[in-house]
Design a protein around this ligand. Sequence first.
Ligand code: SER
Length: 627
Amino acid sequence: MMTPDQLRQKYLDFFQARDHAIVPSAPLVPENDPTTLFTGSGMQPMVPYLLGQEHPLGKRIADSQKCFRAEDIEEVGDNRHTTFFEMLGNWSLGDYFKTQQLSWFFEFLTEELNLDPSRLYVTVFAGNQQLKIGKDQQSVQLWQQLFAKHNIKAKVVDQAEQQGLQNGRIFYYDETKNWWSRAGVPADMPVGEPGGPDSELFYDFGLAQGFHQRSEFKDQPCHVNCDCGRFLEIGNSVFMQYQKTKTGFQELPQKNVDFGGGFERILAAVQDDPDIFKTQLFQPVITKLEQLTNQSYADASELAKHPFRVIADHVRAAVMLIADGVKPGNKEQSYFVRRLLRRAVRYGKQLELEKPFLGDLVTTVAEIYAKPYPEVQEQQEQIQQVVTKEEQNFHRTLNKGLKKFQQAIDDLQQLDAQTAFELYQTYGFPLELSLEEAKQAQIKIESKIKDKFAQLKKQHAQQSRTASAGKFKGGLEDQSVVTTQYHTATHLLHAALRKILGDQVEQRGSNITAKRLRFDFSHTKPLTATQIQQVEDQVNDWIDQDLPINKQTMSKAAALKAGALAFFVERYPAEVDVYTIGDPDKEWVSKELCGGPHVSSTGEIDQLKIFKEKSAAAGVRRIYAKT
Ligand code: SER
């Protein structure tokens, strides 16, 4: 059986042999990108290059990118949804296009992984007259040729949603399915955002397994995009060739390919088992849970598998996030780590796990990722401490929640959907837990509580989606100039801190929104008022001098030799971009390895004001500043 490490390596080797430079995964929390809290797709760190900036490693790039999708947290429990996942990616930055992309991906699946071509199905963009973007007939032809090599006559079908598969193999769908951008469908894209039609590939786990008949969709026709579980999307080739304008779309200066393939799902296809939790990426965690609970995952009903899967997913995601520097807390990224751990504890209750158990699982996760992400094992002890502390604290909250539950029930003499939802929201009680408690206490349960609860959850999810879409738009559309200014200002601040406080000061983190910059750096004491003033004056003095900013591409070794600063040196590829503020060969004030973008001279930045300085962690200070 192919191991996860072997599959990842096979993919990277395949594209390396086709002249792709392999880059390391970017962190789960994007640096200097105010548009999203997490890296949710492989293309996110590539955006500047898709828009035309030259990549230091050339026009062909491949990687395996760690991703986290917070919006999927509620979906976890079935055989295929996760919050954390890896996305295998390859990019053509204005180099190859549809022909090579589709044939390489098909070759990889059928020849490298030996997937049976008759189990593969594809979708293509049906076009949209209003957008003046036509049907993707070229992809249809290419797919037909590829299938024909295996003597498969690939029938093309429209409107599978209404009429089902109709013996088709290639399906046209509109932009709700076959268009990709970070913001989703064309109408939701902010001006300037890149996107394009895509072609998705699905693996068929087989009619015989009876997915559709057993699913909630049994009365509707089954098609590849149906959520019954028979088909699993395992890869998406986006033809990233458009950019949103005020009135519609324009062609980007270059035609790009953005391919992303779900690593866990491809592994499931290779095993021909639709349960991704049975892959080696999860099995060791599940086995540990079986030992702790004396229950068998294999023997559990589909529903009884849910707690195993939720715990396995959430622990893995929390570990990966903590390893990338996010601690559990109440704000932004931290909140999700807290939520993941709390949900894991609660689902542990369903498996009758009463004592702290998450710490044990941290070791197992670290082991699974020892090869691709050794930094997890390196930090294993700290991660374990963080996780266990959070778990212990939550047990206290949970007990408080149980008391609240009792009160609510005493007052109402029944459990209704609203109360169950409040308990869920505030104390993290899953509905099942409330129902169980109610049964034990022999209390009446409101009729149709499950439907009503689901309705409340849906309403809430819609509200948060709207909120995050709003955040996205605000971030990118009007503010890209401001965030670019802040990005360069961050380099100036870093340089000023080192000048005033000493060279031992090092960047520990950075976060930019349209309203302010935030900068974390190593320093043991609070800054005095005088030091803050000196730093601010120094930055503003450099802004007044209108210093030029220069980008140079060089080897990492040469960059470090030239004195460039690098945050997380090991994460940079062999060829890097170095941004210098001032004259790169003579008098410069800052030189850093960085992906950009930056303003072209410091005079473009408004005067900076530091408005807060505080502790961020032991030995780390945090500065907030705005222009
Ligand atoms: N960006 C596309 C996706 O996330 C392909 O990489 O599906």
